[in-house]
Design a protein around this ligand. Structure first.
Ligand code: C2E
Ligand code: MG
Ligand code: MG
Length: 612
């Protein structure tokens, strides 16, 4: 706040009081005129007081038309004139000094610093004028006070005293005003800083979610879209390139978002790696188009500024369906869309719809039951045999998780495994399954023979966790089970996420003796390069190929090509989902002898030995 604004603020505050003081002063003037007329011979003052009274009444009547500055100057002038008159009439002993000092005080307190100094100067001049004029015999003193007649030092002393008083007053009042102003400004700086902290993001300088919500509510938005954008893999960028690069990525996205947004739109940072954008676009196609252009701009400009890290965005957006729709609800909708977008691979843009939300709610419910299920031990293992169709014997078993939920009944792994992965429960769940299988291994050995091969499915997230190899090694060895009897089935997804990390884990595990199987071969990326680089022990032809045998001749060629990898890479080939004798025969003919499928065995839990 400037001094000018501050003085103006004071004026605004005193205006009401002034409007009250003026009529009161008018009444006092009438009263004073009455008293003077009764008790004093100085009849001039009767007229002065009456004139002043009329004048003040005039000012009061015109108070709405007259500015406060003018009113103060009028009051000050009136008191000064009266004071001077009194001074001439009665010297220093009259009310003149008080009146002049008062007018000075009013000006200095309520008008600007400059005005205060000018006025003080003028009043000092005015104050010194009568004695000078008297001394020079220009005006005459008609009073009866002796010292005023022929005592120059008395005059001088009074003038100096007033001069000092005027100066002290103008300096101290201005110092107090400056000090108060400084405090106000300091307080404002603090409150600005607090506002900055409370409503702005310190890294990007854009508003935060609180402010976004407040502004959305204030603006009473009636239509448009709320978009949530999340930077994918920011944690990885921070750990690989350092947090400075991560910060630059955030700033870069914020800048591009700000550039894309138009007047009346809002961009805010809603979380560590998340932005929220209110867009006024009317049509969903237009909105989609803007998002595509935004993504393109973000990536194109990242290249020009030589950003070392590659990053992607997940975007979810929801429309404002009805005017003044609850903003919290719209954000919730966009975040459902964002979650959906996050669950897909790579960058993606998802628009909210009710079906999506219902799916989410079902998934959320499933997640809750899953947590409870893990806690309450509602899972068990079913085993499916792998049969060598030439030697006519069971060569191994695949452990498949089963969930018997009291609320939902029997739930298939294809429904609950994806939810487990999304809910970050892969490790807890995976460890539980590994323990269960290893606990039952001795029973399987007693049924299928010592050293029977047992396959366990390992989810990509579980496999890439740091503790995975140490956990499984510890659990296996503590039960005196030979790691060579255990096959870990992994899918190609595991390799895509973190090839280097996974290959290291697999290398360690193979060295200890575990066998590694590539499950569902043919459904993923099926890159042959990692087959040679990683050294698998087994490859499982996906059920979808097996089931096309006899229906599509091209599939036979593909299956044949996969089976031939047996010789190229020296790995065992297992066919999954064999349901018919024909499929089994064709597979045998093509050179694949180990089959797993309903034809030979459905997955079933082990029969526990009867307790004696
Ligand atoms: P998968 O590892 O490919 O397991 C084979 C799936 O094919 C099993 O389904 C099995 O019951 C089914 N199957 C076997 N033979 C036939 C057949 O002849 N016809 C048909 N139609 N299906 C057959 P399931 O048990 O429903 O498991 C589905 C998937 O869930 C598994 O596919 C595996 O990827 C995952 N899964 C199962 N248990 C676990 C587990 O403990 N951990 C992890 N991470 N994933 C698991
Ligand atoms: Mg499997
Ligand atoms: Mg499979």
């Amino acid at each position: 706040m400037t001094r000018k604004n501050y003085d103006q603020m004071i004026l605004e505050r005193v205006e009401k009081s002034f409007d009250l003081i003026i009529p009161i002063s008018a009444v006092i003037a009438v009263f004073s005129s009455y008293i003077v007329s009764k008790s004093d011979q100085r009849s001039n003052f009767v007229y002065y007081d009456l004139i002043i009274c009329l004048f003040l009444i005039g000012v009061y009547l015109l108070r709405r038309k007259i500015k406060i500055h003018t009113k103060i100057i009028i009051v000050a002038l009136v008191t000064t004139i009266l004071g001077t008159a009194s001074l001439i009439q009665s010297g220093f002993s009259g009310t003149g000094v008080i009146l002049i000092a008062l007018s000075n005080l009013v000006i200095v307190s309520f008008l600007s610093k400059k005005m205060g100094y000018y006025y003080t100067g003028i009043s000092i001049l005015v104050f010194s004028l009568p004695p000078i004029l008297l001394k020079a015999n220009i005006i005459g003193y008609e009073g009866t006070i002796a010292y005023l007649l022929n005592n120059p030092s008395e005059w001088f002393l009074h003038i100096v005293a007033y001069l000092l008083f005027g100066l002290v007053m103008v300096v101290s009042i201005n110092a107090i005003k400056d000090y108060l102003l400084e405090n106000i400004n300091e307080g404002k700086i603090h409150s600005d800083q607090l506002t900055q902290l409370a409503y702005y993001d310190s890294l990007t300088g854009i508003i935060n979610k609180h402010r976004f919500v407040a502004d959305m509510n204030k603006n009473k938005v009636e239509q448009g879209w709320v978009v949530l954008l999340s930077i994918r893999g920011l944690n990885l960028i921070n750990s690989i390139y350092g947090s400075d690069v991560g910060d630059n990525v955030i700033k870069h996205v914020a800048k591009q978002l700000a550039l894309s947004s138009k007047e009346g739109e809002l961009v805010a940072k809603s979380g560590g790696n998340e932005f929220i954008w209110y867009s006024r676009s009317y049509d969903s196609d237009v909105m989609m188009n803007r998002l595509l252009i935004l993504l393109e701009n973000i990536h194109a400009s990242a290249e020009t500024i030589d950003m070392p890290a590659k990053f992607n965005l997940n975007i979810g957006f929801a429309g404002i369906d009805e005017p003044y729709e609850n903003i919290a609800r719209i954000i919730q909708k966009s975040s459902i869309a964002l979650e959906q977008s996050k669950s897909s691979k790579g960058a993606s843009i998802t628009r909210y719809d009710l079906e999506l939300e219902n799916e989410f709610r079902t998934e959320e419910e499933l997640r809750r039951f899953l947590l409870k299920g893990i806690e309450n031990n509602e899972f068990y293992i079913s085993y499916q045999e792998k049969r060598d169709c030439v030697e006519e014997r069971v060569v191994g078993l695949e452990a498949l998780a089963r969930w018997q939920s009291p609320e939902l009944g029997t739930v298939s792994p294809s429904s609950f495994i994806p939810v487990i992965e999304k809910a970050s429960l892969s490790q807890t769940f995976g460890n539980m399954i590994i323990r269960k299988v290893l606990d039952e291994y001795s029973i399987l050995e007693s049924k299928y023979g010592v050293g029977i091969m047992i396959s366990i499915n390992i989810s990509p997230v579980h496999l890439s966790s740091d503790e995975f190899s140490s956990f499984i090694i510890k659990e296996t060895l503590s039960r005196n089970i030979n790691p060579e009897s255990i096959i870990l089935e992994i899918t190609e997804d595991s390799l895509i996420e973190d090839f280097e990390g996974i290959s290291e884990t697999l290398f360690t595990l193979r060295k200890v003796g575990y066998r590694i199987s590539l499950d569902d071969f043919g459904t993923g990326y099926s890159s042959l390069s990692y087959l040679s680089r990683l050294g698998f022990d087994e490859l499982k032809i996906d059920r979808s190929f097996v089931q096309m045998i006899g229906k599509d001749d091209r599939t036979i060629n593909l299956v044949r090509a996969i089976i031939n990898l047996k010789d190229t890479y020296g790995i065992d080939i297992v066919a999954e989902g064999v349901e018919t004798v024909d499929q089994s025969e064709v597979l045998k003919m093509l050179g694949c002898n180990v089959h797993q499928g309903f034809l030979f065995s459905k997955p079933k839990p082990i029969e526990l030995p009867l307790k004696s």
